[in-house]
Design a protein around this ligand. Sequence first.
Ligand SMILES: [Fe+2]
Length: 212
Amino acid sequence: MRVLHITDTHLFSNESSVQAKVHYEGFINSISYFNENRRIFNVDHIIVTGDISHDGGTLSYKLFFKNMDKLSLPHAVLPGNHDDIGNLDVAIKVAKNAVTVEQLSSASWALFGLNSVVPGEDYGVIRKETLYKLREGLKGTACENIAIFLHHHLIPVGTPLVDVCKLVNADDLLNICHNGRVRFIGTGHVHTLFQRKINNILISVSPALCSQ
Ligand SMILES: [Fe+2]
């Protein structure tokens, strides 16, 4: 299975500002680049780890899914701190190729998507019920390879501005994941590439599609 992990498009509902234009152009250029090179990418699915929108507006989600549809690939979308979860959910429901992260699982890889958003806050928390559900999901799969995706980064990346708003209870999540089968945890939020291996697990922060 080959998954393309993208994140942090930060699209605006009002496209008139310079920043909105830069973000939108960055996004559509990435979509075009992927489409032109899709044989090389050879990707089965796409996972997007949040901050789809910068302002949470309905139009930003319409722009996002309209362009994602051009790829004709199943894509799973998780929320970030900038997203309006209500508006995002509505857009996901009508998006042609939107699926859940779990639906992208195969015989050899079990995939899980987590909501780490605390409404109104930049930092993230995995709620107790979500941790419980994940623990049960990990127990319930016989897969030898497990990957988990969420918006907020788990370990400091060395940039104080973003490290103050990382996942607050990252240790609770990591404690569940040290079972020898979780191989990958993919996040966004930081806007730069960062990777670190902790035991068996590659902790991977994808760079943003908008400005870094
Ligand atoms: Fe974020």
